[in-house]
Each structure stands twice: as structure tokens, then as C-alpha cells.
Design a binder for this molecule. Sequence first.
Ligand code: PGA
Length: 259
Amino acid sequence: MRTPMVVANWKMHGRLAEARELAQAVRDGLKRPRGVEVAICPPFTALAAVAEVLAGSPLMLGAQNCHWEESGAFTGEVSPAMLAELGCRLVVLGHSERRHSSRETDEEIRRKVAAALRHRLQPVLCVGETAEERRQGLTFTVVEGQLRAGLAGLPAEDLVRCTIAYEPVWAIGTGLTATPSQAAEVHGYLRGLLSELGSKESAQAIRILYGGSVKPDNAGSFAQEPEIDGALVGGASLQAASFITIAKKSAAKSGASKE
Ligand code: PGA
């Protein structure tokens, strides 16, 4: 029912020449990905260039953030309409780097999710606890708050168009990862909440990705967990070979979907 998905989050990396080269290498290495959907989220400045490289391939283009308004006096912001026009199919929202360094609030993230859906962009809503919150036993409380707030008010038909990414903050860019069973436990909890917010059927259809130091050598162990539906990849997505390996290892066995 759920085809795994692997999303490259290039963060603030990739000047134009580099971005084109990396996107081309990923495209060449993943001509017809089987059992996995693949998306690349370059910085805004490289979206148009990467869109050209990916044109005609099954690889999807995504962005790393958007504003909730269509247009207006919002200096430095980019609207979902602008992203959709460039060919973006998805947008990462509520990434912890934005929650923490840019002080994004749950309410802003909720508006962004709703705005993305209005423009037929698939939101990839990120949730995750800090090391301190985990130490205090607050992991479930924190991710529950972020999930409920980010998806508040969405009708069931919109809920199923969202993807969730569980990204423990302490695992992002640190080389530390949640163990597959630690991640699966949180994924299971999130899926339970999604059934409450929508229905059991819709919750079964929503992908929950894991993110946080996913690398070629650990991607396979995450993929084995039935609750983990792919990966949001930062550092390892900046090398074509490692991202391609992660995508292949995340593919559902024999092209089947998770259920
Ligand atoms: P990482 O980043 O793979 O470098 O840990 C993941 C993310 O921030 O999405």
C-alpha cells in the first residue's frame, strides 16, 4: 500500500554547476527506480536548474520550505505557488533546523502544510525530539504535539496526501542514529495518531520516513522495519553514489509496497 520514498535534502549546498552535476549523476544512477520513489530538494536557487536536469525522469523535485501566503510583502520568502510553477511536487516543512534556528512555530508550520496542499504540493512534515527531550522521556509527547499541530484541521482527503518524517534532532548531521527499533517504535506511535486524526485506512496509506544520519551502510536496516517507509537524507545525499545506494536499499523487496 505504501511505496517507500527517499528524499534528498541538500540543505544550503549546491551552487548551480554542482547542483546540475549531482542531479544528473543521481538521475543516471536511478533511471527507473523500482519499489521506491525518489525526490531531490535542492536550495531554492538551484530548483530551476535541477528541474531541467530531472525533466522526463521519474525523479521528483521538491523544496525545503515555503511560505503560507500566495504572494505579498514577505521579503525573502517563497510561496507554494512559485514552487509548483517550477515543477516541485513536494516540500519539506517544519525541519528541525527551521524550527530551531529560524524559530518556526507549530502554527506557522500548520499554515504552510495547508498552503502546500492547496497548491498540490505534497508536504513532508518533519517531527522529532531533542536529546534532552528524549532523556526526559518526552519523545512521544513532543512528536505528538508537533504532529497534531502541523496537521490540525485537515480533512481526511488531505491527510493522506501528506508524508511525515520522523527526525530525532540528536541524530541529524551527528552520525548518531536512532536504532531501527527505536525509530520503528516512534513511527508506530505516529501511525496510531494518524488513525485517530483520520481513519485506520488513511493512516495505513501515509508514509512515515526516518531521517537522521541515514547512510548507505544503515539504510538497509531501516528499510527492514515495516513501519519505516523510506528516508529523508541530508549529508549522504550530497554524494550521488551514496544517495543512489540508499535509494536502492530503501526499495520495497521485489517492488512490492508496505502495508
Ligand atoms: P542528515 O540530515 O542525514 O545529514 O543527518 C537529515 C536531515 O536533516 O533531513
